[in-house]
Design a protein around this ligand. Structure first.
Ligand code: PHE
Length: 339
């Protein structure tokens, strides 16, 4: 009896091993044949062991047979329920795939570009690493001139800088076009040594330059007002304030009415916290200085021009009411995905 019991235990052990390796219902079918089929292990035991003369042994083999049946049918239902999980229900709504979007500065650049395109301006990009000539000297800013301190420039060598404004594009455009008319909008990265709520070391400017016969201040006013109304809203107004730049004469600062107090400077009889005066500064502008025209090989007797250079992030902040510019560049997806 003892050796017989060992045989029974061996079969149990073998079955457990076989079950571990089975995952499909066809595997279970094979085990059914192997253990319970005509030529199977159980029948072999019945045929070879003295079950008739040893009722205890017969009982043990029968118990083994039932155990195998139970285990195989449990395994079969397990494989079938797995198979069911693999069935695709085409009526189930699809999974939402997260969608990226353009960065809000890129969106602003595209919007600015399209506004100026409607007026016939051509989009340009000029170097961010620039030589002193295009960046300063050629723009009527001699070496050692105090105007050089206006911008907190990053110097790369004595003669090269990370450009602190997009005005370097003025001379480059004149060189490229050689003759009037010029109507460019140069949008690019600019760099200054400053960081606070409204300044980041890297930011963007858009620089307009128009040169042709008979260009005057009214053209400058018309274009900048068109931009302000298109970008901020038709109810907005602009104004000129006298200013100084080396490369324009006369020079101005252009302001736009505040969107919070509608230019009145007051909100519910309290001074407006956003602008204090009803106006927000957009940036510099002016009529191209004759020296700059000459440096670009244009004749100031024959043509004239205007230019302006404003911050992309600045107009974006005015329009959207963002409180802190650094949010834009922190790469916090929770903030960025709102745009
Ligand atoms: N480059 C000037 C600045 O960065 C802006 C400007 C551009 C002024 C063109 C006049 C003409 O502040």
């Amino acid at each position: 009896m003892v050796t017989k019991v060992i045989e029974i235990e061996q079969i149990k052990h073998e079955l457990d091993n076989d079950l571990k390796k089975s995952s499909l219902s066809s595997d279970v079918d094979k085990l059914n044949t192997k253990y319970l089929g005509k030529q199977g292990r159980i029948n072999f035991l019945f045929k070879t062991l003295p079950v008739k003369t040893d009722p205890q042994l017969g009982k043990a083999v029968n118990e083994l047979k039932n155990l195998i049946k139970d285990k195989l049918s449990a395994k079969l239902s397990e494989t079938l329920s797995h198979a069911q999980q693999d069935i695709v229900d085409v009526t189930v709504p699809g999974l939402e795939i997260p969608q990226g979007s353009l960065h809000l500065v890129t969106q602003a650049i595209e919007e600015i570009e399209s506004i100026f395109q409607k007026l016939g301006f051509v989009r340009r990009r000029y170097p961010e690493v620039e030589t002193d000539w295009y960046y300063a000297e050629g723009l009527n800013i001699p070496k050692d001139h105090p105007a050089r301190d206006d911008q907190e420039t990053f110097y790369i060598t004595n003669n090269t800088v990370l450009t602190a404004h997009t005005s370097n594009g003025q001379l480059r455009e004149m060189e490229l076009k050689k003759t009037p008319p010029i109507k460019m909008i140069n949008i690019g990265k600019t760099y200054r040594r400053q960081i606070d709520a409204t300044h980041t070391p890297m930011f963007h400017q858009f620089e307009g330059l128009v040169i042709d016969k008979g260009i005057n201040i009214t053209h400058l006013l018309g274009v900048t007002e068109y931009f302000a109304k298109s970008y901020f809203g038709q109810e907005r107004q602009t104004r000129l304030r006298p200013h100084h730049f080396q490369f324009t004469e006369p020079s101005f600062e252009i302001d736009v009415t505040c969107g919070v107090c509608q230019g009145t400077g007051m909100v519910h009889e309290i001074p407006c916290k956003v602008c204090k005066s009803g106006w927000l500064e957009l940036g510099g502008a002016g009529m191209v200085h004759p020296n700059v025209l000459r440096n670009g090989n244009f004749d100031p007797e024959e043509c004239s021009g205007f230019a302006f250079g404003w911050g992309v992030e600045r107009v974006l902040m005015i329009k959207s009411g963002l409180p802190d510019l650094r949010l834009i560049y922190n790469d916090d997806i929770r903030f960025l995905k709102q745009f």
